[in-house]
Design a protein around this ligand. Structure first.
Ligand SMILES: Nc1ncnc2c1ncn2[C@@H]1O[C@H](COP(=O)(O)OP(=O)(O)OP(=O)(O)O)[C@@H](O)[C@H]1O
Ligand SMILES: [Mg+2]
Length: 228
């Protein structure tokens, strides 16, 4: 599904030229759940943002289903992003003065649905993540784990080809992290969701199908996780 071929990325400033991704070669198939681990500053977010069509300035090739979708038109790029990727962040990134329902509905409206077409989809997504009863609450009225469930429902609502999650359990306690990882694993197994997940937490790895380790911008290890 995804192929990164010899990706190199640099941040150039007047003082220095930072080489943040070094000869990255990474292929991923639909249905994988890939953990990306590495020290702070090693390039994990840069890598995942490249996969998510957020970061588009790099050398090398990114093929999605055999096609290069990177364009210089911001408009077309955000359409690509909207249709292909679902995003989950460490800090949930929900809109506080919207209800849970409205937060999950928003990407549908961006994608051209009208208000009267969204109800079934939104409620199905909330049901899938186990918080259908919280639809009329506001994010601040929910626990961290529940807020992350809302964010996951929002990420799923447009039926993306894959999900990108940057430290999705980073703000959660151990027990809640495990609950959220079980949810991701269920989505991966039952719904065949393809998931890329950056994490610092080794306990997240057993829920995944594959582990990619990066150091100083280079992949140093890429292996199947077999004990799940
Ligand atoms: N916009 C930017 N301009 C210049 N340098 C940047 C920029 N974004 C990231 N960097 C640098 O690129 C390197 C990789 O950053 P990145 O955010 O990908 O690391 P990370 O592995 O996600 O780290 P963390 O675990 O702390 O989130 C770091 O040295 C960082 O300082
Ligand atoms: Mg990061």
């Amino acid at each position: 599904m995804i192929e990164l071929i010899n990706i190199n990325k640099y941040y150039r400033t007047e003082e220095e030229n930072l080489h943040v991704l070094k000869d990255i070669n990474l292929s991923a198939d639909a249905g994988e759940m890939i953990a990306i681990m590495g020290p702070s500053g090693s390039g994990k977010s840069t890598l995942i943002n490249t996969l998510g069509f957020i970061d588009t300035k790099f050398d090398g090739q990114y093929l999605f289903e055999g096609e290069n979708l990177i364009t210089t038109s911001d408009d077309r790029l955000s359409k690509v992003r909207n249709q292909i990727v679902g995003f989950v962040f460490q800090d949930f990134s929900l809109i506080d003065n919207y209800t849970v329902y409205e937060n999950v509905e928003l990407p549908l409206l961006y994608n051209g649905y009208s208000f009267n077409e969204t109800k079934e989809k939104v409620m199905a997504a909330l049901d899938k993540v186990g918080i259908a009863d919280k639809a009329e609450k506001h994010p601040k009225q929910l626990s961290g784990g529940q807020q992350q469930r809302v964010a996951i429902a929002r990420a799923l609502i447009n039926q993306p080809k894959f999900i990108i999650a940057d430290e999705p359990t980073g703000a959660l306690d151990t027990h809640t992290s495990a609950e959220i990882m079980k949810l991701f694993q269920e989505l991966n197994r039952k719904e065949k969701a393809t998931i890329f997940m950056v994490t610092h937490d080794p306990e997240v790895v057993p829920y995944c199908t594959r582990l990619v380790s990066i150091r100083d911008g280079a992949i140093i290890e890429d292996k199947a996780v077999d004990d799940r």
